[in-house]
Ligand binder design. Structure first.
Ligand SMILES: Cc1cc2nc3c(=O)[nH]c(=O)nc-3n(C[C@H](O)[C@H](O)[C@H](O)COP(=O)(O)OP(=O)(O)OC[C@H]3O[C@@H](n4cnc5c(N)ncnc54)[C@H](O)[C@@H]3O)c2cc1C
Length: 507
């Protein structure tokens, strides 16, 4: 048994505002405090990635807003290869949603609070002919439909994989959890891994976990940047990236270049391209979730602590409605738009609405590594094809038309006189302006082996090409972007991958 001397994660238990002192709740548990990741990311967000990501137990699902969607069948059928189509994923989807059903009424009294924004925008869209749906009951209905946000929250708290999968895994006597421990590199001979070199988050303590001879496997679930980085450090990736690692502090221990496996790790990067618009209406009411960290409305804090009811049982900053439209491109491709509203903006009656371009998007970018072993988005994946841009513009025009006759509604951005196209073009296509933190694709799954000119890094069993016992199971392996926020789909992919990996012969 080996463990890091600094139990850094345990210090996260101190991460609570004064009004949670004396309870067993941290900021991560309370849906209404989820936005604290933006106010105070220190010690929570990853420091080796140039994007926002949770480097804590649970990763993104510990810090995110909890949106939890049953995927549209086209998310699988358009993007994924044979064996990973909607019909193939049905059983895994059922398993995930039986454990984490999600809810559109996260407050345990079944009421929705602060619904003025939903009522204004949702009501206006329904008046314009958009259909109200309970999204996870009809995941295929994502064209001119509107619904309440669905969250993974449970019992008025965060819930999700940490409250379900981790709990049952922890009950197994074969399961050991090491926190504060970074997988530095996979030790391998040719395509066979024999161990993982690990190091402490702090202090540089290093050790090796040996795999069980013959049957041991390594499964990387370090996220779209973390898994790619681990592969680079293990001598798996494009030669330019492996040379950077060779010239870094890793150089002396890096596997010999004769054993490098040349795969397109880091390419195929994608994220929902976000386009924010802002509207205002006198009926919309802003609730200051940000101020609630220090000075919550006393009665709201009390009702949350006593019963897990009220605004704090809902995600900040009052998210919803969510609505969807499919835009048929001139290239014949259906592009899925997911619009996500929240009650915040330049005025106290504002709503900011982000349009995400998902399934059908054809733009891709690239992530790379630096000599300091940090990962960077070197080619942002946003709006790199004309048809992607056209879909974004067309979707915005469609929304403008649907809201054209709403009494009292004003458009803040795009402002009057600016065309949808001018507006879309005016926002730089860089992560700080268009990013959604839904990164995928850096270790693409597919049948075209990347070692021989193909685009794929892992095969249909999620096994890294050129290896016999190294797997990647996380957002990295998604071949293309899906319709909505991705965490439920990532868990579904993990369920399905587990079935595939367990079915493989072990020796
Ligand atoms: C602020 C924010 C809000 C979001 N909101 C939503 C939302 O509401 N709904 C939704 O569906 N999605 C949301 N997302 C996106 C979603 O959380 C991510 O897409 C998802 O968590 C990615 O899952 P993953 O398993 O691929 O990677 P991650 O969740 O990033 O998990 C990777 C884990 O691996 C660890 N790790 C990395 N490298 C190593 C290493 N070398 N050794 C050991 N451990 C390592 C990390 O610390 C982390 O715990 C949000 C993301 C962010 C950042």
């Amino acid at each position: 048994m080996w463990d890091c001397p600094v139990r850094y994660d345990l210090r996260l238990c101190d991460r609570r505002p004064a009004w949670l002192q004396g309870t067993n709740l941290t900021r991560f548990d309370v849906p209404g405090l989820c936005n604290q990741i933006w106010a105070d990311p220190t010690g929570v967000s990853c420091t080796d990635i140039d994007q926002m990501a949770g480097c804590v137990l649970g990763g993104g699902t510990a810090v995110n807003a909890g949106l939890w969607w049953k995927p549209h069948p086209e998310d699988w059928d358009t993007n994924f290869p044979a064996g990973w189509q909607a019909k193939d994923l049905a059983a895994a989807t059922d398993r995930v949603f039986s454990r984490i059903p999600g809810t559109i009424t996260p407050s345990v009294d079944g009421k929705r609070y602060l619904s003025q924004g939903f009522d204004v925008l949702g009501g206006s869209l329904q008046a314009a002919g958009w259909e109200y749906v309970v999204a996870n009951e009809t995941p295929e209905k994502k064209n001119r439909t509107i619904g309440h946000s669905t969250f993974m929250f449970s019992g008025g708290e965060r819930g999700g994989p940490l409250a379900t999968y981790l709990v049952t895994a922890s009950g197994r006597n074969t399961f050991t959890l090491w926190t504060n421990t970074i997988a530095k590199r996979i030790i391998r001979t040719g395509g066979h891994a024999t161990g993982v070199e690990v190091e402490c988050n702090r202090g540089g303590h290093v050790g090796v976990v040996n795999l069980t001879p013959n049957t041991g496997r390594v499964i990387s679930a370090a996220g779209a940047f973390g898994s790619a980085k681990l592969l680079f450090r293990s001598g798996i990736g494009p030669t330019d990236q492996l040379n950077i690692v060779k010239n870094s502090a890793d150089g002396p221990t890096m596997i010999d270049s004769e054993q490098w496996i040349n795969l397109p790790v880091g390419y195929n990067l994608n994220d929902h391209v976000g386009t924010d618009i802002e509207i205002a209406h006198p009926d919309v009411v802003f609730y200051d979730y940000y101020a609630a960290w220090r000075s919550p409305i006393a009665s709201d804090a009390e009702t949350y602590l006593a019963n897990r009811t009220g605004p704090f049982a809902q995600a900040a900053p009052n998210i919803g409605p969510i609505f969807w439209e499919v835009i048929k491109g001139r290239d014949g491709i259906d592009r899925h738009l997911h619009w996500q509203a929240r009650v915040e903006g330049l005025t106290n009656t504002s709503m900011t609405v982000t349009q995400y371009l998902g399934t059908g998007s054809t733009s891709r970018g690239r992530m790379t590594i630096t000599r300091q072993l940090n990962t960077v988005v070197s080619t942002p994946p946003y709006l790199r094809t004309e048809h992607d841009k056209e879909a974004v513009v067309e979707g915005l025009i469609s929304l403008q038309k649907s809201l054209a006759n709403v009494a009292g509604l004003t458009w803040i951005t795009p402002r009057a006189g600016v065309s949808a196209e001018q507006f879309v073009n005016s926002i730089p296509a860089i992560p700080s302006r268009r990013g959604s933190n839904h990164w995928i694709g850096t270790a693409k799954m597919g049948t075209d082996d990347g070692r021989s000119g193909g685009t794929s890094v892992v095969d249909l069993n999620t096994k890294v090409y050129g290896t016999d016992n190294i797997f990647v199971v996380d957002a990295s392996i998604f071949p293309g972007m899906i319709t909505a926020n991705p965490s439920a789909a990532i868990v579904i992919v993990s369920e399905h991958a587990a079935t595939k990996i367990l079915a493989l012969p072990t020796a």
